[in-house]
Design a protein around this ligand. Structure first.
Ligand SMILES: Cc1cc2nc3c(=O)[nH]c(=O)nc-3n(C[C@H](O)[C@H](O)[C@H](O)COP(=O)(O)O)c2cc1C
Length: 338
């Protein structure tokens, strides 16, 4: 049977399935279940700074309403508590005492001082690593992309200076050059990058003529975006790469590994299907590897990264027209065009 064990952020993991930060990772009981079903590691739901806690709680409420179609999902949304950092940290301590798989703390703060303070507090509570959830929408027309990136680098450097545990940065895909930003973070010594966070996207409800904040869970198709950037970066940075967004099945995990991901993170699929889904994803992943005769995760990791494939331009193509003129005979569109 294939050996799925791996290393992420310098931590030994039983397998490359990491529970992404979400409401499913906000309760100790869920973490215990996730461990029982075989998760390799877990990222705790973010510690959100007080100023934005209320807004986030509202988002969580809305998200939980959006998932009511899935009976099992309801359990995973804890009652919204306007908790201060202290009660969050108590939960982390309890989690640390209860589960033995690696625990990754997650922070979303506002001021640079808070990022470092929370990072120190979390590492004192026994987390094995920290994920910085850099979750904000660049909405100020007076702030340039360069300034936003410099703020990111300063914030990451200040956290790296203050904590001894490994630090990963969970990024948005909305940088002009994601690849450049990741390289800059890599130079500064982050242990991992998480590609990508998934923002709440408000919609417009025509029936009520109001804004709607119900956020549907991701679909597997959304994995194409992190998959491309993982493939572009794999083998070219020291930091580990975690794919987040659209990883729903064991096959998705395999796609991520083939593109060069160190691990794949899962939120929506578990919220939708229940925590036992972790077990079936791992079994499917293992079965494929056994079937193909691969014995270790390292045997397949990065096999289809940009650095490894015969057509490296495939991951850089942006226009449909170049895809069509590239001679893909499997496309019915191509048949029409030629
Ligand atoms: C209900 C819910 C709560 C989430 N809470 C957090 C969070 O606290 N911190 C964070 O970094 N990401 C959070 N996320 C984002 C997920 O970690 C993940 O990046 C995103 O859902 C995309 O992955 P998926 O396709 O597996 O859902 C949350 C997602 C959901 C659905």
């Amino acid at each position: 049977m294939a050996d799925l064990s791996t290393t992420y952020l310098g931590l030994p993991l039983a397998n490359p399935l990491v529970m992404a930060a979400s409401s499913a990772t906000a309760r100790v009981e869920n973490l215990q279940l996730a461990e029982r079903f075989g998760a390799g590691a877990v990222v705790l739901r973010s510690l959100f700074e007080e100023q934005i806690l209320a807004e986030q709680a509202q988002l969580e409420d809305t998200l939980s309403q959006g998932s009511e179609a899935h009976v099992e999902a309801q359990d995973y949304f804890p009652p919204v508590v306007h908790a201060d950092a202290a009660s969050y940290l108590r939960m982390v301590e309890q989690a640390r005492r209860t589960v033995s798989m690696p625990l990754i703390g997650s922070i979303n703060a506002v001021r640079s001082g808070s990022w470092t303070r929370y990072a120190k507090q979390l590492s004192e509570c026994g987390v094995d690593a920290i994920e910085l959830n850099v979750y904000s929408v660049a909405a100020d027309p007076a702030t340039s992309g360069q300034v936003i990136e410099e703020q990111l680098f300063d914030l990451v450097s200040s956290v790296l200076d203050q904590v001894s545990v490994p630090v990963a940065v969970k990024l948005s895909p909305y940088y002009t050059s994601v690849v450049n930003v990741v390289h800059e973070l890599d130079k500064r010594g982050v242990s991992g990058v998480v590609l990508f966070n998934r923002f709440l996207q408000p919609d417009i409800d025509l029936h009520h003529e109001t804004l709607s904040t119900v956020m549907p869970l991701s679909t597997p198709q959304e994995m194409r975006l992190p998959l491309r950037f993982t493939a572009l970066l794999s083998g070219r940075i020291e930091a580990d790469i975690a794919i987040s967004t659209g990883v729903h099945t064991g096959e998705d995990m395999l796609r991520g590994l083939l593109a060069g991901a160190t691990v794949t993170q899962v939120a929506a699929a578990v919220i939708k299907n229940g925590l036992h889904h972790v077990g079936s994803m791992l079994r499917d992943c293992e079965a494929w590897m056994d079937d193909r005769g691969y014995s270790m995760v390292d045997d397949i990791r990065g096999m289809l990264s940009q650095a490894a494939v015969q057509d490296p331009h495939a991951f850089e193509r942006a226009q449909y027209v170049s895809m069509l003129s590239g001679g893909s005979h499997s496309s019915p569109l191509n048949a029409r065009v030629s």
